[in-house]
Design a protein around this ligand. Sequence first.
Ligand code: NDP
Length: 293
Amino acid sequence: NHIVIGGGTGFIGTALVNAFKQRGFCPIIISRMPGPFRMSWHDLERDGLPKNTTAVVNVAGQNILDPTQRWTPGFKQNIWNSRVETTKLLARAVTACPPKVFVTISGVAYYPPDEKEYNEESICNKYDFLSELCHEWEDAAKLPKDLNVRQAIIRSGVVLGRTGGMIKQIFIPFYVGLGGPIGSGKQPMPWIHIDDIANIFVNVVENDNVSGIFNGVAPQVVTNKEFTDAFASALWRPAKIPVPEFALALAFNRERAKIMTEGQKVIPKRVLESGFKYKYPTIDLACNDIAKW
Ligand code: NDP
């Protein structure tokens, strides 16, 4: 019962590997680094999927907010290819040797950052680099119509967990009392706890009746300021020092600083309809868990 996980070494990938092992799957990771129970993207291209693969998942992608990387055309190309090309390679391998189910990740930057609330049924146009990326990333996963493979795409919000993503970057400043909202803090911040996003993947892989788009966000919509207050109070620290937008734009370039300075109101309508039970439905529950040692 093999599950192949592209990007299985990362923050979300590691959570998926652990969650699927607990459910009795034998995960095989696709990584650029060799190791036990791993294969490379080149192996995949040359040999296809391992025998007895029943599920294929992709959560690979170069870290967009890596502060050591400048926002150059080369880096943007890496951001793009590490998502779109890996997903295309997997879609080709899935077509050649069909498993039961194929699940890939995408982002809530698919939706525009305006006043409206969006759910999985909203059809949206591309409006900037990141939204174009989400569209192409999702298109890259397309399979031939007559192929008998169940397929789902999880559009994820900011994933909250101690070992990676945003929390890993802001933990120390918040811990020493130097945290604060980003800009006005009024922008929505679509979020989800790491355990819940992993469980959504498990649910989609195991539940034969679900397919299509799922918003990987918690049911509670919060603003950046509300998140900041919840996280600071879980750590028993003040968080009064706002991070000015211009400083983020200087450090990260305006185009990618948008991930932090703008946000979308995203509702997980289809996730709730599928009967999924969140372990951390509110930001207070999630932050209290993350702040625990
Ligand atoms: P990590 O940076 O922790 O992990 C990324 C994974 O992608 C690694 O396992 C790495 O594998 C692989 N990877 C990195 N660069 C490349 C590359 N150039 N080519 C091929 N593979 C590469 O990220 P997360 O786990 O946080 O995120 C995983 C995916 O989920 C990303 O695509 C991200 O955009 C998406 N996502 C994440 C959110 C979050 O809040 N964390 C929110 C929404 C979407 P290895 O080094 O082993 O090759």
